[in-house]
Unconditional design. Structure first.
Length: 499
């Protein structure tokens, strides 16, 4: 169904509410239409080609007291919309009898009527599925020819998400989020040891395939990562300990997202190391001066979202400014109780989900930025990084000074601030020969890691993408930092233990 037709149905539903006006009740209607094409190849052959479409509506209804009920349907029609509006209000009234918690903050939300920008140059179906298969197969075969001793898997996805959100106060916002991503995963085997790695290139439409065919940038990156992975296979284990560190922007995004972003979401304050008695510890120093953590939508980004799923503008939030905790990610329902501003942080996976406070693109930046000369190869860049640290008198004069490359996931305890992350491999920058080590577990305390930040190296890189899971909902996430971050040695930040 076309966006204009969906928008008209939402407007009609709001103009013909089933027996309730704004004084008696309140409605939020979310209509969502999504289509996706995807494919995957392994060693020269297609393993899957998928197409999917999904659409539907979700309604949150509120009694006059602010008690909520929710209902959804996988159809977008006026009749189905009226039915779920009545069902959601009936559930809200039932929840009132159960003494459910009331929240009337949505009545205070500003009226907004806007349509989002068009971000993509090429329409979703500019190329047929067959044409896309041919293009991705060609890129995959190019990679196999350039590096035949690596087992390669290539995947491509393109997604189009259309949202229309209406509220009883007359608010109506609609926007389309186009996303595309090309990924290469390689597996190397040396002396009965195997190591896998992943590289990606994301955009808003299939033009990224044309760009990659012309430049081969992702292919070159994949081959370089393969060469590094091959060395990691036979590398020694790193002795456990506390070291001065350099982390790449993918790992920095993981640190900002998992170890900090979730800890400032409005509905987490009762169980967060950054909360006290359910309130954000605003004004608390969490990092040195000159360190900033920012979350907000970036046009063309994998996790772009211009509006809240509750129909508010999605704001860019200075979570940490000059090392001081300023604000959290509060949606219209959680912000006041959590002691933070409303920033339009509500996100929902689909029409069938109730929004939660979530990140979009989170980035960790440092005022002290050291320029890094561009290099064509991974290890050439590592050598340039070492040279820079020597020049700036920032390289450890004794012992090891370790560079962590790649982010392989991890977990965080938001109550205690303990984190555990994994990387692809490690390089000792203090060693002129740049000795490589097996991946080790990167663990410690959130606040200790932030306090250890010394400087950023290189330009901002904010395209570390993934999927963020929370309460059964998965939404696109992204972020990053400078190309590299320097962390001083800290007794509460440890490297050690093999993977």
């Amino acid at each position: 169904m076309k966006g204009q037709a969906i928008k008209k149905i939402v407007e009609e539903l709001l103009a013909n509410k089933p027996g309730h006006d704004n004084k008696e009740g309140y409605y939020i209607i979310r209509a969502h239409a999504k289509r996706e094409w995807g494919m995957g190849l392994s060693n020269g052959r297609f393993e899957r080609v998928t197409t999917s479409r999904d659409q539907g509506m979700g309604v949150q209804a509120f009694t006059a007291e602010g008690v909520c009920g929710f209902a959804s349907t996988d159809n977008i029609t006026f009749e189905d919309g009226r039915e779920i509006m009545e069902r959601a209000m009936a559930l809200a009234k039932g929840n009132t009898r159960l003494e459910a918690k009331a929240n009337r903050k949505i009545w205070e939300a500003p009226l907004l009527r806007e349509d989002g920008k068009k971000l993509n140059e090429l329409d979703f179906d500019h190329f047929s599925l067959t044409e896309l298969q041919e293009m991705v197969l060609s890129l995959h075969k190019d990679l196999m020819e350039k590096s035949p001793d690596i087992a390669w898997q290539t995947s491509y996805r393109q997604v189009e998400d259309y949202w229309c959100i209406g509220r009883s106060d007359g608010t109506l916002v609609s926007y389309t989020i186009p996303r595309s991503v090309l990924m290469h995963q390689g597996t190397v085997r040396v002396e009965n040891r195997a190591k896998s790695f992943l590289v990606h290139f994301s955009g808003v439409d299939p033009s990224l395939l044309l760009k990659e065919k012309e430049s081969g940038a992702l292919m070159k990156k994949a081959i370089q990562r393969g060469e590094f992975a091959r060395k990691v296979c036979t590398a020694p284990q790193l002795p456990a300990g506390n070291y001065p560190l350099v982390i790449d922007y993918g790992l920095a995004k993981g640190l900002a997202h998992e170890a900090f972003g979730h800890a400032v979401e409005g509905d987490h304050m009762g169980e967060s190391v950054l909360g006290e008695e359910g309130k954000l510890k605003a004004g608390m120093r969490v990092a040195p001066p000159g360190v900033h953590i920012i979350d907000g939508p970036l046009e063309g980004d994998w996790a772009y979202q211009p509006y809240s799923a509750n129909g508010l503008v999605r704001e860019t939030v200075e979570i940490v400014k000059d090392g001081v905790l300023l604000n959290g990610l509060g949606d219209i329902f959680s912000a006041e109780e959590a002691g933070m501003k409303v920033t339009g942080a509500g996100r929902a996976e689909s029409y069938a989900h109730v929004p939660l406070p979530r990140m979009t693109n989170i980035r960790l930046l440092v005022d002290k930025e050291l320029p890094l000369e561009a290099q064509t190869g991974l290890m050439e860049e590592v050598a340039s990084l070492r040279k820079l640290l020597l020049q700036e008198d920032l390289l450890a004069k004794e012992g090891k000074h370790l560079l962590l490359l790649g982010y392989r996931g991890g977990q965080v305890n938001p109550k205690t601030g303990d984190f555990v992350f994994q990387c692809d491999g490690i390089v000792d920058l203090a060693d002129p020969s740049l000795t490589i080590y097996q991946p080790s577990i990167f663990s410690g305390k959130i606040l200790s890691a932030l306090q250890a930040i010394q400087a950023g190296v290189g330009e901002g890189c904010f395209d570390a993408i993934g999927t963020c899971g929370k309460r059964g909902q998965g939404v696109p996430s992204s972020g990053g930092s400078h190309r590299y971050l320097l962390l001083d040695q800290d007794e509460n930040v440890t490297l050690g233990g093999g993977q």
